[in-house]
Design a protein around this ligand. Structure first.
Ligand code: MLT
Length: 399
């Protein structure tokens, strides 16, 4: 069977770039082109590139400059960089008073931290939404460090530790400062979190959280409603929550001995349980972000037990997965080492890890929403409305 696309006003006699067959149906839209993306693309071998730059080239820049890149499609010069940081500081400073008070009424330890993230974003939107996509995006990006710090300390039952924001610091540094961390510990956290933050900012247009956020935004919902939806999409274990699952997996393994790891992995496969930290929907080689994080680990925590396990998994697992012809990508993904690094720098609870992923992705998703809203000479992309084909629904009438 083949299906004629029904894409309304876009139907034309232009060159066919993809044809859809029955096998594509109910496949999670896998590989089906649905739009264009100006912020990033994912090469199946070389991984994600932000506006053309391999992410590894950007990993040691200031996080604000990478956000500027995603929004403006070029890196800033030094004046623009200073101006952009100033704007973020200004907007971060003007968080509406009491915007996050709702978090004080949630029970510490309740729900998942991703629930808190989504609620917090909605609360900020309820406190102030301008309706201007750029302004709302910049406000959200600027205020995320404070939301993150409040989630960590309020949900963790330590509200008294929260320090007043210092928006003159960079986004990541401000978060670490608000947590009450200082000196060497803060320096290590800043180094790892900024790197992590840049690596996770964007991953093309079709990953579930970005796609969901853009779909909601296409109906002209607010930036806050769109991003909160995106964070909910990210919270599933098949998407962002895989970084939590991966550290929990490493904790269960409990040894960096290659033979014991091999035994463990084979037993998991035999029991049909997932092997976390490997495989990807798009990539067909090792995710360069995995390699970059492993390299960062050798700099910041070479002797950490969980890091050593992640490193050993990277060697031991691919040959085992390659024995299974159905596994199209037996290579490490970004989640393999990220949890062990976060643990090593002091974040001991894996259930918080996806909030870091979400925080980072806010910038990429906002930039993509802005691009979609500016498309077609400012008319924006049309509201998302893919077609579903009726199945098992014979025509019926009540007698
Ligand atoms: C990722 O960062 O790897 C993603 O968001 C997952 C994907 O691209 O589908």
């Amino acid at each position: 069977m083949s299906v004629t696309p029904d894409v309304g006003e876009h139907v034309s006699d232009e060159e066919t770039i993809f044809s859809i067959s029955e096998g594509h149906l109910d496949s999670g839209l896998r590989g089906i082109p649905v739009g264009t993306c100006r912020t990033s693309y994912v090469d199946t071998i070389d991984g994600v590139h932000y506006v053309g730059y391999p992410v590894g080239d950007l990993a040691n820049l200031e996080e604000e400059d990478v956000i500027f890149l995603l929004m403006h499609k070029r890196l800033p010069d030094s004046d623009e960089s200073a101006e952009f940081r100033k704007e973020l500081a200004y907007r971060g400073e003007r968080m509406p008073t009491g915007a996050l008070r709702v978090l004080e009424h949630l029970t510490p330890g309740s729900g998942h931290p991703m629930d808190w993230l989504s609620i917090g974003i909605m609360a900020m939107g309820a406190a102030e939404t301008t309706g201007d996509v750029r302004v709302d995006s910049m406000n959200l990006i600027a205020r995320m460090p404070e939301l993150m710090a409040r989630i960590f300390l309020l949900r963790g039952g330590n509200p008294e530790k929260l320090r007043p924001r210092n928006t003159e610091l960079g986004l990541v540094e401000n978060f670490v400062h608000m947590l009450g961390v200082d000196a060497d510990e803060a320096e290590r956290m800043n180094r790892v979190l900024r790197f992590f933050f840049i690596l996770h900012m964007d991953h093309g247009g079709g990953n579930l959280s970005t796609f969901s956020g853009k779909a909601v935004a296409s109906g002209w919902a607010s930036v806050y409603a769109s991003l909160s939806s995106a964070m909910n999409a990210l919270s599933g274990p098949l998407h962002g929550r895989a970084n939590q699952a991966c550290l929990e997996f490493i904790q269960r393994i409990g040894t960096s001995d290659p033979d014991e790891i091999e035994q463990f992995v084979r037993a998991e496969l035999a029991a049909k349980r997932p092997i976390y930290g490997f495989g990807h929907g798009v990539l067909r080689a090792e995710d360069p972000r995995a390699k970059l994080l492993i390299e960062l680990g050798s700099e910041v925590c070479p002797d950490d037990e969980y890091y050593k396990i992640a490193k050993a998994l990277r060697e031991v697992v691919p040959p085992i997965l390659k024995e299974h012809p159905k596994i199209s990508n037996p290579y490490p993904n970004v989640d393999l080492a990220s949890g062990s690094l976060l643990h090593a720098i002091g974040f001991r609870k894996p259930n918080y890890y996806t909030t870091f992923f979400g925080w980072a992705r806010v910038a990429g998703i906002c930039a993509q929403i802005l691009d979609e809203r500016n498309a077609r000479g400012g008319r924006g992309v049309p509201i998302y409305r893919p077609k579903y084909i009726a199945k098992d629904q014979p025509h019926r009438r009540l007698d």
